[in-house]
Design a protein around this ligand. Structure first.
Ligand SMILES: [Zn+2]
Length: 571
C-alpha cells in the first residue's frame, strides 16, 4: 500500500498523448451531439429520445478528463499548468448547456413515447428530467443565468473564501482555521481563549461577508422565482429527490427529541468539571484517552471492521488499499478535508483524506470508503443511471462509520468513553447543530425576500436558531457561525444541511435493523444502494420496508442515539 493514490492509471499526465487524444474525441462528440440536438430535438419520437440517451452516455464516459484534473490539482493546488488546463476544459464543458437546454424543451413537448429496452432502462432519468424541464427556461435565458452566476454568486463565494482564509486572529497571530482547530484541544484555557479570539476576529469582516451572503441568497431567490419554484427549499428538495413530507416528518421527530438529546451536553459538561451548562467552546473538547494510530493500524481496523459486516465490503476495502485508491497523508499544497470521487467509466473510485492519527481519522477513512462502496453497487449501470442524491450519499457513508464504531465498541482494547464521545459528538452535530443551521438558512431566505439583511441581524437569526436547537444544553452560543460555514456560500447548493441529519439518522435506523436481523440484512442493504440512483428516496426506502413519512421510524432512529447517551451517562 502506498500513502499516495495512483492517478497515473487514469492518465499519465495532463499533457500526455492519451489525455490530448481524449480531449479531441470529447470535443468531436460534443460537437456532434450539439449539432444533432439542434436539428432533431423538435421531432418528438422514441428514436430521438433513444439517440440522445445513447450519445449523452457516450459523452459522459469522458468525465474522467475533468475528474483527473480535479484529483491531480487537489494534491498539487499550486500547479498553474493544471489550473489552466482545468479552466480550458471547463470552457468546453459549458457547451453541454446547448444540448441540455434543447433536451429540456424536447421533453416538455413530448407527451408519450413507445417504450424500448433502452428507454425502459432510463425511465427514471427521463421522468426526473421531465420534472426538471418544467422549471427550465428557454435556452437564451438559461445561458444568461449561467453567465450572470459567474459574475454573481461564484464571485461572492470567492470573496467569502478570500475574507475568511486571510483573516488573522489575535490568538498568537493564528489564522481562522488554526484557531478553530483549537476547539479540539485537551486544555480548557486554550479552547476558551481561542473561541474568544475567533469571535473577536469576525468583527473585522462581518460587514463584507454579509454582502456576500445577501448577494448569493438574493440570486438564489431570483433564480428560483424565475424557474417557478415556490421557494429555494422546494428547488433543493427536487434536486434531492425528496418530498417535503419526508423532511417535515424528520424535523418533527428531531424537535420532539431535542430535550432528550440535550442531556448529552449536560453530561459532557459535568464530565469536564463545569458547574453549569456546556459552554460553546467545550462542544468539541476530547474525553477519555486520546490514543494515536498509524496508517497501517487504521487500515487494519477498517478492513477487519468491514469484514465483520460482510465479505463483500471487506474484500472491497482490501482491494482499494491494494490498488492505491486512497491519498492518505496531508502535505503542503494538498487541499484539506476528505472526499470520494467516482470514476464511473473505469469502475473505480479515489479517496482523498488528511490522516492525523486519531480515531476520528479512522472514522473518516471508513466514511469515504462507504461512499466508494456505494459507487461499486452502481458501476454496472449506464452513466446516466449512476447518480444519487446527497441525503442517500451521506446515508451510505455514515452507515460505514457505524460499522467501524460498533466493531471497536465490541473490542475491549479500545477506550469506550472516547469512542462513545466521538460517536455522540458526531451524531449531535449532525442533528442538533444541523437543525440550527436549517432554521438559520430558512430565516435568511424569508427575510432576504423582504430586503437586505445586516450583519447584526444575521447574528440575531443565528443566535435564535442555536437557542431553539440547543436550548438549555449550552451555556453560550456562537452567533458568527454563519461566517465560517462554507455551506451557506454555494449558490448551487442550498439548505446544504438537512442531508447530513437525514444520513446520520437513516444510517442509525439501518444499523438497528441490521442488529435485529443480522446477516439477512446484507442483501437488502445492497439492494437499497443499487436502487438509490434510479428512484426517489421514498421508493428506495420502501424497498427496505421503511416508510420515511412515518414519524415513528425517525423516532426509532433517534432512540439509538438516546440509548447511547444513557450509556455515556453511566461511564
Ligand atoms: Zn460524505
Amino acid at each position: 500500500m502506498d500513502l499516495k493514490w495512483d492517478i497515473d492509471s487514469i492518465y499519465p499526465s495532463a499533457d500526455s498523448e492519451e489525455f490530448r487524444k481524449d480531449i479531441e474525441k470529447y470535443k468531436a462528440l460534443l460537437n456532434e451531439l450539439n449539432i444533432w440536438a439542434n436539428e432533431n430535438m423538435n421531432i418528438y419520437s422514441a428514436e430521438g429520445l433513444e439517440k440522445y440517451i445513447e450519445l449523452k452516455n457516450r459523452l459522459m464516459s469522458f468525465n474522467k478528463l475533468e475528474i483527473y484534473l480535479n484529483l491531480a490539482l487537489s494534491v498539487d493546488t499550486e500547479n498553474e499548468a493544471l489550473g489552466k488546463a482545468l479552466d480550458a476544459l471547463e470552457g468546453i464543458i459549458s457547451e453541454e448547456a446547448v444540448h441540455e437546454a434543447l433536451f429540456s424543451q424536447f421533453l416538455k413537448g413530448m407527451t408519450s413515447y413507445k417504450e424500448t429496452p433502452v428507454l425502459k432502462e432510463h425511465s427514471y432519468f427521463i421522468k426526473e428530467q421531465k420534472r426538471k424541464a418544467e422549471h427550465t427556461l428557454f435556452p437564451a435565458e438559461e445561458n444568461a443565468i449561467a453567465k450572470m452566476k459567474i459574475n454573481g454568486s461564484k464571485l461572492w463565494e470567492k470573496q467569502w473564501q478570500s475574507l475568511t482564509s486571510n483573516l488573522v486572529t489575535d490568538y498568537q497571530g493564528l489564522t481562522l482555521t488554526d484557531v478553530r482547530n483549537l476547539a479540539y484541544s485537551p486544555y480548557k484555557d486554550v479552547r476558551k481563549a481561542a473561541y474568544n479570539a475567533e469571535l473577536e476576529a469576525y468583527k473585522k469582516i462581518k460587514t463584507p461577508v454579509s454582502y456576500c451572503l445577501n448577494g448569493i441568497k438574493g440570486e438564489v431567490l431570483n433564480v428560483s422565482e424565475m424557474r417557478k419554484y415556490n421557494s429555494p427549499l422546494d428547488m433543493t428538495l427536487e434536486d434531492s429527490r425528496m418530498d417535503r413530507d419526508i423532511l417535515h416528518t424528520m424535523l418533527f421527530a428531531i424537535e420532539e427529541s431535542l430535550p432528550k438529546l440535550r442531556e448529552y451536553f449536560a453530561v459532557k459538561s459535568e464530565k469536564l468539571g463545569n458547574s453549569g451548562a456546556l459552554p460553546f467552546y467545550d462542544i468539541f473538547a476530547p474525553l477519555g484517552e486520546g490514543r494515536e494510530y498509524t496508517v497501517e493500524q487504521a487500515r487494519e481496523i477498517v478492513i477487519k471492521g468491514f469484514y465483520s459486516f460482510s465479505e463483500d465490503m471487506g474484500k472491497f476495502a482490501e482491494n482499494a488499499f491494494e490498488k492505491n485508491q486512497l491519498d492518505i497523508m496531508p502535505h503542503k499544497g494538498k487541499v484539506g478535508g476528505a472526499y470520494c470521487e467516482s470514476i464511473h467509466s473505469l469502475k473505480e473510485s479515489r479517496i482523498l483524506m488528511n490522516f492525523g492519527g486519531s480515531f476520528d481519522d479512522i472514522v473518516t477513512m471508513a466514511h469515504e470508503l462507504g461512499h466508494a462502496f456505494h459507487n461499486t453497487r452502481l458501476f454496472n449501470m449506464s452513466h446516466l443511471n449512476s447518480f444519487y442524491p446527497m441525503p442517500i450519499a451521506e446515508t451510505a457513508s455514515t452507515f460505514s462509520e457505524g460499522i467501524i464504531i460498533n466493531f471497536a465498541l465490541k473490542d475491549k482494547s479500545f477506550d469506550k468513553l472516547s469512542l462513545l464521545e466521538a460517536d455522540l459528538q458526531g451524531s449531535t452535530q449532525c442533528i442538533v447543530d444541523i437543525y440550527s443551521r436549517f432554521l438559520f438558512e430558512d430565516a435568511v431566505f424569508k427575510n432576504r425576500e423582504k430586503g437586505f439583511i445586516s450583519a447584526d441581524e444575521l447574528c440575531q437569526y443565528m443566535e435564535s436558531a442555536q437557542k431553539k436547537a440547543y436550548g438549555s444544553g449550552l451555556g453560550s452560543y456562537h452567533k458568527y457561525m454563519w461566517i465560517c460555514k462554507p455551506h451557506y456560500y454555494d449558490g448551487d447548493f442550498n439548505y446544504y444541511n438537512f442531508p447530513y441529519a437525514f444520513g446520520a439518522l437513516l444510517s442509525k435506523g439501518l444499523y438497528a435493523i441490521y442488529s435485529e436481523n443480522g446477516k439477512d440484512f446484507i442483501p437488502l442493504y445492497d439492494r437499497f444502494l443499487s436502487l438509490s440512483s434510479t428512484m426517489d428516496i421514498k421508493d428506495a426506502a420502501l424497498a427496505l420496508g421503511i416508510d420515511l413519512c412515518d414519524k415513528s421510524f425517525w423516532l426509532k432512529c433517534i432512540s439509538v442515539i438516546i440509548n447511547e447517551i444513557d450509556e455515556f451517562k453511566k461511564l
